[in-house]
Design a protein around this ligand. Structure first.
Ligand code: NAP
Length: 319
């Protein structure tokens, strides 16, 4: 099978197509014939080896040679002990542990896989697992009527989160680059902020902040919160993560707020609810561009340089 591999942390030019033997699923695993894989920030972080936590399990060189965790495809083989899936089933999966979606076939634990609803294309289904799970869990932190700010709201997760937050009756402020302000408005954001022109920690206060690209000080985050407000880092720099884990609880206690990290639960139970919302027409999937496997390095570059509105998808096979 053809797979896009890399052996060193770096830029998309590290990626190359290689022929590899067809993997064989072990006990509890399935082999998926990949139709489409969406790109996540975690793919970019694993490619570049930055921030530092992206090197967990592979300090000097990547441990998994093939990127791509949000996979949609068709079951090609099942390992021993797998129940609930058969060959030819159409599925989608959050395969963050094994990755491998930028290839013609990928192994996934059956526990990471769900049956794909017939109403979703493979490309659409591939956009949902990681971003959907994050968006659903993040938006659930706020109640109707509250003011929610989403930092990094024009990307893959933010595009789902804005829509879910509006449907939940929240007042939503989206923060991203100037080029994505119209996109965020079209998704339903009440207010939008260009982070290069305005500092969101001085425009609040907000009841809940969801930070997909956290890079500020704990004091700045606290300043942005209303009394009783909650700040959740979802992604961002290692420095910010460490500051929040150490100083966040103390600053929160002293100021009547809560500042911490949202550790997202993965798996089908987390992402299938969003697929149901998409099927019901409550939430739309926004795909910026679909690339063939040969152009997957461009897909990573488009996502990694922050130009994509919503999701970027690699169509490994034509639907
Ligand atoms: N906590 C957990 O358990 C967990 C689990 C899985 C994933 N994650 C994390 O969750 C996050 C998901 O992000 P995603 O997939 O939605 O990423 P994405 O699609 O890349 O979106 C991020 C957006 O943020 C914008 N941005 C970059 N720097 C910014 C800044 N300083 N201020 C405001 N906006 C900025 C980007 O645009 P520009 O680059 O053009 O500025 C882009 O539009 C990732 O950080 C991932 O690592 C966390």
């Amino acid at each position: 099978m053809r797979a896009l591999v890399y052996d060193r942390y770096g830029q998309p030019d590290q990626l190359r197509l290689e022929d590899m033997p067809l993997p064989v699923p072990g006990a509890g695993e399935v082999l998926i014939e990949v139709m489409a894989t969406s790109i996540n920030l975690s793919d970019w972080e694993s490619l570049t080896g930055k921030p530092a936590y992206a090197r967990i399990g592979g300090l000097r060189a990547p441990r998994r040679r093939v990127l791509g965790s949000d996979i949609a495809g068709v079951i090609h083989a099942v390992g021993d002990g797998v129940e609930g899936f058969r060959v030819s089933d159409e599925v989608y999966a959050d395969n963050l542990a094994l990755k491998g979606g930028l290839a013609e076939y990928a192994i996934a634990p059956a526990s990471a896989v769900a049956l794909k609803p017939a109403g979703l294309s493979f490309a659409q289904a591939s956009t949902i697992p990681q971003s959907g799970a994050i968006a659903v869990q993040a938006v659930a932190r706020a109640g109707a009527g509250e003011r929610m700010l989403i930092n990094g709201a024009g990307g893959g997760t933010g595009a789902f989160a804005i829509q879910l937050a509006k449907a939940a009756g929240l007042q939503v402020t989206g923060v991203d680059t100037a080029e994505k302000l119209d996109f965020m408005r079209a998704l339903g954001a009440d207010e939008v902020i260009d982070y290069r022109a305005q500092d969101f920690t001085r425009t609040g206060p907000y009841d809940v902040i969801i930070d997909l690209v956290a890079s500020r000080s704990v004091v700045a985050f606290r300043r942005a919160l209303a009394r009783g407000g909650r700040y959740f880092m979802v992604g961002g720099t290692t420095r910010t993560l460490l500051r929040l884990l150490t100083l966040g609880p103390l600053v929160g206690r002293l100021s009547g707020t809560r500042l911490g990290v949202l550790f997202v639960h993965e798996g089908p139970a987390q992402f299938t609810p969003l697929a149901q919302r998409v099927l019901a027409g409550d939430v739309a999937v926004h795909i910026d561009t679909v690339f063939p496997l040969e152009q997957a390095p461009e897909a990573l570059a488009l996502h990694g340089t922050g130009r994509a509105r919503g999701k970027v998808v690699v169509a490994v096979r034509e639907e």
